[in-house]
Design a protein around this ligand. Structure first.
Ligand code: FES
Ligand SMILES: [Fe+2]
Length: 326
């Protein structure tokens, strides 16, 4: 059946952008603030997303400052993720510029070798590879009760999904990124190039928002879906597609605090993982569906995040000035 293979719809009676229903009365500041506060109360176990798991290789070190702490990561001789302090314990060389050979990181200033175990005053940090993302645990930054592993959202089984990871950086704090994602009402107004016919359902519970929305493909061609947003931990918002094309797919948005920029302002990395699957069984079917999932994949596009980071940065500067409404 062609309908099983091509889940596109032709949008009828399209409403022009300025004639759509305003959502500002529904998007109550107190409602968003309460959802954000609940997210911030959840445990993270002090885990922070470093980046895409596939972006940390055996070829070269990966460096990132997380919560003001310099971190280096690489793959050891068995391909396992290793993470630790990013300054050499000898004279402080930046280990992100070191060399990795056969799983051993070699400092390029005086040749100190690190194989992932404690050496010469350097000790590894707890690290976790969930198959899509790499995480590091920083107990001194988080200050929470440590957990053995990060709090992960429900995902499609690895064999039946296609994953893509997108990263951007903004001048804001993680809570600004999370607040943006906990405001689903802005989609049709702020991102009309991607989303149309967006309605937010009456909340079934206090911990999630369900949205019916159509992803624009081209012209009047759209992919209608139902998506549920929730925050499993303080720096993650996840969108589960529950109905329509790509049902079972997940878009995870993770906010990682980096450290102050040159002006002392906060910086946050947004790592967005799109883990797309299809109701049709099997990996081959998911791969075959990938072109049709492009509108969903576009949720990770640079254009959306340019706008959403502008929202988050604006929220951050208003907050800093004590001018945040609500
Ligand atoms: S600074 Fe790394 S070995 Fe000297
Ligand atoms: Fe957005």
């Amino acid at each position: 059946m062609i309908r099983d293979r091509v889940p596109l719809a032709l949008r009828r009676g399209a409403v022009p952008w300025d004639r759509q229903r305003p959502t500002w009365r529904d998007a109550e500041p107190a409602l968003i603030a309460a959802a954000l506060e609940r997210a911030r109360q959840r445990p993270s176990g002090n885990w922070y997303v470093l980046g895409a798991a596939g972006g940390i290789t055996a070829d070269r070190p990966f460096g990132r400052t997380v919560g003001g702490v310099e971190v280096v990561a690489w793959r050891d001789a068995r391909g396992r993720l290793v993470a630790g302090p990013g300054a050499c314990p000898h004279l402080g060389a930046p280990l992100k510029d070191a060399v990795v050979r056969c799983g051993t990181l070699r400092c390029h200033w005086h040749g100190l070798a690190l194989n992932g175990s404690a050496t010469a005053g350097w000790s590894p940090l707890p690290a976790h590879d969930d198959g899509v993302l790499a995480w590091v645990r920083l107990d001194a930054v988080g200050g929470e009760e440590p957990l053995a592993a990060p709090v992960l959202p429900r995902r499609p089984p690895p064999g039946s999904a296609v994953a893509a990871v997108f990263t951007a950086t903004g001048r804001c704090e993680p809570q600004d990124v999370v607040a943006n994602r906990l405001d689903p009402w802005h989609g049709g107004w702020f991102h009309p190039y991607s989303f149309v016919d967006l309605t937010v359902e009456e909340p079934a519970d206090a911990d999630s928002f369900a949205v019916r929305v159509s992803f624009k493909v081209a012209g009047r061609v759209v992919v209608p879906v139902r998506a549920v947003f929730s925050a499993p931990e303080p720096r993650t918002v996840v969108m589960h597609i529950t109905e329509g094309e790509g049902a079972g797919s997940v878009v995870e948005t993770h906010a990682t605090p980096l450290g102050p920029d040159h002006d002392g302002g906060p910086r946050t990395a947004v790592t967005e993982a799109v883990i797309a699957t299809s109701p049709r069984p099997g990996f081959t079917a998911a791969r075959a569906a990938a072109p049709l999932l492009r509108p969903l994949m576009r949720a990770a596009s640079a254009r959306l995040w340019r706008d959403d980071l502008a929202y988050a940065e604006r929220r951050c500067s208003l907050r800093g000035a004590g001018r945040l409404p609500g």
